[in-house]
Design a protein around this ligand. Structure first.
Ligand code: COA
Ligand code: AMP
Length: 635
């Protein structure tokens, strides 16, 4: 592999990052070019492109209009749940963004101010994000499937001046009214915004401005009708573009910060070199703007590239059938698509033979990219065989914003090894370490780490919390970023990711915290203590399972069914329906170490039918023995 384009790029990116990323940065338009590429003056806090100034919205929209792409579609909005389609050209999208940016300015939003966006998959969500970028405001998009309590902690931490929402989102089985959820969150939050802007959707209009609140409530359409268009505000490369909260093991989410300069450079580089997408190509990412995949690969990367992005408001199945993705690819001539493996498992369950794949013309499709959770070899084989195009696994995290490991379709396609997201991407010095922090030999499992500095576009810190950034990611092994995933590198340098080594859950590609689910359960009056573990699930990869000890005096025999149902409902209300908690067991005790740490991992291994690693520090092995049949569904 030594002569390969990949090997050459990888080596240069690690040995001479200044030259490598300095060159990549020429693909972005700067108002002031960077003074330094890698600023390593304050380790472990590395910054990219210091001294550089730019505007991300200019790079995503204005520059393409100026270069003659004004009439090219920027966004194909396709919404089977409302029966709507809309094409937004680059010029049209720019016009809407300029007006909404002006509207935000008129509400007092200034550079550096935060704006929380709680919206479904509608074009206005993209407009709101880009409008923030345009005036240097920092957006924080919250996924619509989160409940008020989760929204509230994000609002409290980000302290937005404005919250932008829609009257409703549409799930296949029901209309989800967002406004009452937002009101619930604002009731809980000690921070209140100055203004709430509501996009009215016909499926369920919201009452706006009719109650006595501390904040002003405005209708999106009325606000925009009076708005003066706004121009781009210059920001530092290192100024934040957005905060995206992600789940850790505790109930308090982590505010991942993304800067402007490194992000624009890295995403453009990734589109060309990993995804092989260029200006004018049509690209379809089926995820949600509330997740990092949506931020990077529905919104920013395709627009920074001058490509056309499909914004799909629907599901892989049921809207109306398991052929929905293939219909979208055919209708818009998508060159590639990106989604989570779960979506393909859902499709496969309904259309195992791929009849609906054959019913569509997929001649435009060159590759399929899957990420967000482990791509199991079975799903890989099914997709590769039925679709007849390369199926490319790629591994990354909210923290990094773009792939850490992938098969680089643009730079140099490589053979695929099922079960592996292929090789470390240039910029990421991936190493697998043992418990002492020494690199392990090829083929040996350990903690997947990245030698610092991380490349451009990755998190420079956590919002307002440098200390937590260091404690969470940089303190396990000095000089390394701890990914939280375990795995191995094989003899050919291919990475195999085995799963989280902490208690973070991954349910249908959605990252969830055991801590917040446990906190919701613990709030029930009958619960003495509880633990949540993520167990293997055929469709969703992982689902949560709750083990609950009830308080003395509670009659688990008589009241068990009611308590279990109430607990499931509490988690829906406190965390959100995406937590998908269905299984709650009332048990006599939870296994712990002598210092009181609950043995979640051991329980998870038993539930998944694996041989458990029982630590020698276990307090009372009898508790675990008694629980094992419950975990294995034998009792
Ligand atoms: N707003 C409100 N509720 C939402 C929501 C949103 N944006 N997204 C999901 N929900 C709700 C669903 O309606 C469902 O509620 P229910 O329990 O009342 O049925 C619950 O959250 C769980 O949703 P979901 O995870 O979508 O599970 P599902 O069983 O309805 O569908 C799949 C399974 C595989 C079809 C679905 O998970 C999917 O489309 N996955 C794609 C993966 C993906 O986009 N991952 C993002 C990271 S790349
Ligand atoms: P998120 O931050 O929501 O993108 O979730 C990141 C986590 O999802 C990672 O730490 C992994 O545990 C998991 N993950 C994402 N992509 C992959 C992949 N391709 N293979 C295995 N695990 C993945």
């Amino acid at each position: 592999m030594s002569e390969s384009a990949y090997a050459e790029a990888y080596q240069r990116s690690t040995e001479d990052p200044d030259a490598f990323w300095g060159e990549a940065a020429t693909a972005v338009e700067w108002t002031t070019p960077p003074e330094r590429v890698l600023d390593d003056s304050r380790p472990p806090f590395y910054r990219w492109f210091t001294g550089g100034r730019l505007n991300t919205c200019h790079n995503a929209l204005d520059r393409h209009v100026a270069s003659g792409r004004g009439e090219q579609p920027a966004v194909f909005y396709d919404s089977p749940v409302t029966g709507t389609r809309r094409t937004l050209t680059y010029a049209g999208l720019l016009d809407e963004v300029r007006r909404f940016a002006g509207a935000l300015s008129s509400l007092g939003v200034e550079k550096g101010d935060r704006v929380v966006i709680y919206m479904p998959m509608v074009p206005e969500a993209v407009v709101a994000m880009l409008a923030c970028a345009r005036i240097g405001a920092v957006h924080s998009v919250v996924f619509g499937g989160f409940a008020p309590a989760e929204l509230a902690v994000r609002i409290e931490d980000a302290r937005p001046v404005v919250v932008v929402t829609a009257s409703c989102g549409i799930e296949p089985a029901r209309v989800v009214e967002y406004k009452p959820l937002l009101d619930g969150a604002l009731d809980r939050s000690s921070h209140k915004p100055e203004t709430v802007v509501v996009l009215q959707r016909e499926q369920a209009r919201a009452a706006v401005g009719q109650r006595d609140t501390d904040w002003e409530e405005l209708d999106w359409a009325e606000l925009v009708a009076d708005a003066e268009p706004a121009d781009c505000v210059d920001v530092e490369a290192t100024d934040p573009l957005y905060i995206l909260y992600t789940s850790g093991t505790t109930g308090r989410p982590k505010g991942i910060v993304r800067d402007n300069g490194g992000h624009a450079v890295a995403l453009r580089w990734s589109m060309a070199n990993i995804f092989d997408i260029g200006p004018g190509d049509v690209w379809f990412t089926a995820s949600d703007v509330g997740w990092v995949v949506g931020h990077s690969y529905i919104v920013y990367a395709p627009l920074l590239t001058g490509a056309t992005t499909v914004l799909y408001e629907g599901k892989p199945v049921g809207t109306p059938d398991a052929g929905a993705f293939w219909r979208v690819i055919e209708d818009y001539g998508a060159k590639a698509m990106f989604t989570a493996p779960t979506a393909y498992r859902a499709i496969r369950r309904e259309d195992p033979e791929g009849d609906l794949i054959r019913a569509h013309d997929l001649s435009s499709l060159r590759a399929v990219f899957l990420a967000g959770e482990r791509l199991d070899p079975d799903t890989y084989a099914w997709a590769a065989q039925r679709l007849g195009v390369p199926v490319i696994d790629n591994w990354w995290q909210t923290e990094t914003g773009w792939p850490i490991a992938a098969n680089l379709r643009g730079l140099e396609p490589m053979p695929v090894k099922p079960g592996s997201p292929s090789v470390p991407v240039p910029g990421y010095a991936v190493e697998v370490l043992d418990e002492q922090g020494s690199p392990v030999p090829a083929g040996t499992e350990g903690a997947i780490c990245i030698r610092l500095p991380l490349p451009p576009g990755t998190l420079p810190t956590l919002w307002g919390d440098d200390e937590r950034y260091v404690a969470s990611y940089l303190s396990a092994f000095e000089g390394y970023y701890l990914s939280g995933d375990g795995g191995l590198l094989d003899d050919d340098g291919y990475l195999f990711v085995m799963g989280r080594t902490d208690d973070v859950l991954n349910v249908a590609g959605h990252r969830l915290s055991t801590g917040s689910i446990e906190a919701a359960l613990a709030g029930h009056e009958a619960v003495a203590e509880c633990a949540v573990i993520g167990v293997a699930d055929e469709l969703k990869g992982q689902v949560p399972r709750a083990l609950v000890v009830v308080k003395s005096g509670v009659d688990a025999q008589a009241d068990g069914e009611r308590i279990r149902a109430e607990l499931v409902q509490r988690v829906r209300e406190e965390v959100g329906p995406v937590a998908a908690l269905k299984e709650v067991d009332i048990v006599p005790g939870l296994p712990k170490t002598r210092s009181g740490k609950i043995l979640r991992r051991t329980m998870r291994e038993i539930a998944d039918g694996r041989t458990p690693a029982v630590p020698s520090t276990i307090e009372d092995p009898a508790v675990l023995e008694a629980l094992a049949p419950v975990l294995r569904h034998e009792a």
